[in-house]
Design a protein around this ligand. Structure first.
Ligand SMILES: [Zn+2]
Ligand SMILES: [Zn+2]
Length: 295
């Protein structure tokens, strides 16, 4: 496949804290088949309004920062699960000046293939010195044979992917699970958002008066799901709960004005939300070449 852009990295400063957004590439969301709860013509209306395609190329963003002396990576991209447009995290990491062995902690927002596929690299743990943190509810759900057998065959691949990518970390004794919202690592807070998956989790970091929430799969197609947060996606394990959580979170994000770092909003996926109509719109972070600026 010929690429017109190479997946890369973007450095962002939250106050004086450096966050490196690492692109894993992109994946296609087939909006006509995958969006739920939309009225007739609504999806194509939002796409048209934002000049977006029905076969929507969603970014896969991952995030790197240092806290408490540890180098922390949030999510690992798709690895070899989603074809040649994805699975480029390691290249982006090296381009930014890091090696996979530098990473001390991997935080998973949830165990979908586009977030956990990059945990393995050619049969080995992709981050040889890291400890993996994941919500207990996702760990229990996606690694359960019983849960897999209870869903239609079309939905079983996600369970097999979980076994292939998270399983070896479990066997190596490298997984730490958590249940409650807590300060997981110094300055890093977990925030359960069940719905999209049972253990879907956001992570918050604060630096002085600045705050950013790594909000995972808050939306898959921002142009649609911010405009109407009631619109869910077939990937949601519990679409109704996902909608409730999305609406609660977006309301808070708009009121408080904190930064969002979203896995599938167009790279680098950092921005703010503001209310518009019955929904919201996205204000991307401004491009900057300056180090250490305060936002
Ligand atoms: Zn997901
Ligand atoms: Zn995702």
């Amino acid at each position: 496949m010929e690429f017109i852009n190479l997946p890369g990295f973007y450095r962002f400063f939250l106050g004086d804290l450096e966050i490196v957004v690492l692109s894993d590439g992109t994946a296609t969301v087939y909006t006509e088949k995958m969006m739920l709860n939309a009225t007739s013509g609504e999806v194509s209306h939002y796409l048209r309004e934002s000049y977006a395609e029905a076969d929507y190329e969603a970014s896969i963003n991952t995030f790197l920062f240092r806290s408490g002396g540890q180098l922390i990576l949030i999510d690992t991209g798709a690895g070899d699960l989603m074809g040649p447009t994805a699975g480029h995290l390691t290249e982006s990491l090296r381009a930014a000046g890091y090696e996979p062995g530098d990473i001390d902690v991997v935080l998973l927002t949830h165990i979908h293939g586009d977030h956990s596929g990059g945990l393995m690299d050619n049969g080995a743990l992709a981050f040889p010195n890291a400890t993996l943190y994941v919500n207990q509810r996702d760990f229990d759900y996606w690694l359960s044979e019983e849960q897999m057998n209870g869903v239609p065959p079309a939905r079983q691949q996600s369970f097999r992917n979980a076994k292939a990518k998270v399983g070896p970390w479990k066997e190596a004794g490298r997984v730490k699970t958590f249940l409650e919202d807590l300060e997981l690592l110094p300055g890093v807070f977990s925030w359960a958002q069940p719905g999209h998956t049972p253990g879907h989790t956001y992570f918050t970091i604060k630096n002085g008066r600045h705050k950013i929430v790594f909000c995972a799969d808050i939306v898959h197609v921002a142009e649609i799901q911010l405009a109407n947060p009631d619109i869910a996606i077939t990937l949601d394990v519990d679409p109704q709960a996902a909608v409730i959580k999305r609406k609660e979170f977006l309301k808070l994000a708009a009121e408080e004005g904190f930064w969002l770092a979203a896995d599938h909003t167009s790279f680098p996926g950092i921005g703010h939300v503001r209310p518009r109509g019955n929904g919201y719109f996205w204000i991307p972070a401004k491009f900057s070449v300056r180090a250490g600026i305060n936002h």
